[in-house]
Design a protein. Structure first.
Length: 331
């Protein structure tokens, strides 16, 4: 079981030839509406890949919020803990996407920041995943996130954090406080630089529970660092890039799925790279992520590629893990 905590949004995508200049009118070649939010994305991808997922978050009592809830349910996410707040609208993010697949976001946090800690029994085992957007500002969601992390860590659940660039820039102290409760830190190199400077391993000195640091490096794959001195680079999958929004969230889902199903951290990182790559081939994640069968095909194609020969054992382990997740889900 994966319990994700954080933002739940409506994402409005505008495909632009370039970013507009101040005061300029610019025509969007395409407009797309998706359910989104970092925590929601991770929960949805995990559920699609075979890891049961629940989501703690909040939406408004409005048509957009009900639509988001239905999209999450259709992706397989358990939404019983999703709260409806009459005092604020559902959070909305406008995503400006250029032909290179890079995106610029304009957001209104709305109801997302109002999520409170629900009363429910924690599962006896599993993973708790926190999106760093919950840490951006003083809010009910911030207190919910920290209370949930502490409760889960005390109960012996495995806790993971993806801080995100905005929180690393705007709320580094909140990120460091959350970091003390987690075993797994998932972040990109820019976020690591902000938190730790040139030495990402200093995170182990700051966080007594921290066991793994995973540096997401986009086209260069990821770098896996362990408290005991382990270090490994895991390669990326080459795919046509349409939109990078949610790729890091999808990586988190693939990585946590691997660990939850008993894979080695390196094989879990390979699953993360594959899930992140697939997320780049579509607009958004929820309602568009290609799913488990597409991930299986990507792994199978790599296993037949001579360039992947040094990684064949990891590919086989990742494929076995994915197959076992499917069997467990069907059971």
């Amino acid at each position: 079981m994966l319990l994700a905590i954080g933002d739940v949004t409506v994402d409005l995508y505008l495909a632009l030839p370039r970013l507009p200049k101040p005061g300029e009118d610019l025509h969007a070649a395409r407009i797309i509406l998706r359910a989104g939010g970092s925590a929601a994305n991770t929960a949805a991808v995990a559920a699609q890949l075979g890891l049961p997922a629940r989501l703690i978050g909040a939406i408004g009592q409005d048509p957009l919020g009900e639509w988001v809830a239905e999209e999450l349910r259709a992706s397989g996410v358990e939404i019983e803990l999703l709260q409806r707040c009459p005092e604020a609208p559902t959070s909305v993010i406008t995503v400006l996407v250029t032909p290179e697949g890079e995106r610029t976001m304009l957001s209104h946090r709305g109801a997302s920041r109002l999520a409170r800690l629900p009363e429910f029994p924690l599962p006896p085992a599993g993973f708790v995943h926190l999106s760093g957007y919950a840490l951006l500002e003083e809010s009910p969601l911030l207190h919910t996130a920290m209370a949930m992390l502490r409760e889960a860590a005390t109960a012996g659940l495995h806790c993971a954090l993806d801080p995100g660039l905005p929180a690393c820039r705007m709320a580094p102290q909140a990120v460091r406080e959350a970091l003390r409760e987690v075993e797994i830190l998932l972040l990109n190199e820019a976020e690591a630089d902000l938190l730790f400077g040139l030495d990402p391993r200093s995170g182990f000195r700051e966080a007594p529970r921290l066991r793994w640091i995973v540096l997401k490096r986009g086209e260069q794959g990821c770098r896996l660092l362990g408290r005991a001195g382990e270090e490994q680079t895991v390669p990326a999958f080459r795919v046509p890039v349409l939109d990078t929004t949610g790729a890091g969230d999808a990586f988190d889902a693939g990585f946590l799925l691997g660990l939850a199903r008993g894979a080695s951290p390196a094989a879990a990182a390979l699953l993360g790279n594959a899930a992140g790559a697939l997320a780049c081939t579509v607009w958004g994640v929820i309602g568009s992520f290609p799913g488990r069968e597409a991930l299986e095909r990507l792994l199978q194609e790599a296993s037949q590629d001579p360039a992947w020969a040094p990684w064949r054992a990891l590919l086989e382990e990742a494929q076995t893990c994915l197959a076992e997740a499917q069997i467990a889900g069907e059971g």
